[in-house]
Design a protein. Structure first.
Length: 188
């Protein structure tokens, strides 16, 4: 057996021995997916809360970097970033559902602007490309989705949570099935 084949075989055995990790990730994703599908508002609040915690951790890391003389950015920008991270983090931890709604509202505004841009771009380049109507339709759908998110942010939160739940559920099932396939790679 060549050294390449031997190293591949060793890697496969190593991965095979960690099949339980894949299984645990899969089970966790399935549980989260089911919760997000059955209780989308709570899942959205949990995601916003987790984003808030991450922002607070980032702020802490930024504070450490602020006192480092070799910081890669100016102290003023770093201080501004820390302040924004703390404000967002505290708001997301204290009011996670409201923050989830606010994020969907911002997403809605962005979708409207992006939709208008896509339509204008498609009209501008219509003489040089074929099928510009695909871009126009994408822009129109972006505007419609954005308008729905702006009009009813909580509906956007629920629908986004449902999609996240469906994707997490599918991901988890794939991980579980993969874990049993990977288990076969481990030699006793």
């Amino acid at each position: 057996m060549s050294s390449f084949q031997e190293s591949v075989s060793q890697a496969a055995q190593s991965i095979g021995r960690s099949w339980r990790v894949f299984l645990l990730y899969g089970i966790a994703a399935v549980v989260f997916g089911l919760i997000a599908i059955m209780r989308p508002m709570e899942a959205a609040a949990a995601l916003a809360w987790a984003a808030g915690v991450m922002a607070l951790v980032e702020a802490g890391i930024g504070i450490v970097a602020l006192f480092n003389k070799d910081a890669p950015v100016s102290k003023a920008w770093l201080a501004f970033y820390i302040l924004v991270s703390i404000v967002f983090g505290v708001m997301a931890v204290m009011f996670p559902l409201a923050m989830a709604g606010s994020l969907v509202l911002v997403l809605g505004v962005w979708l409207i602007i992006a939709g208008i841009y896509r339509i204008a771009f498609a009209i501008r380049v219509r003489k040089v490309i074929d099928g510009e109507w695909w871009m126009i339709m994408g822009g129109v759908l972006g505007i419609l989705l954005g308008a729905m998110f702006v009009a009813e942010p909580m509906v956007g939160v629920v629908s986004t949570s449902l999609w996240i739940g469906i994707i997490a559920l599918a991901y988890g099932l794939f991980q579980i099935f993969a874990s049993f396939r990977i288990k076969k790679l481990a030699k006793p």
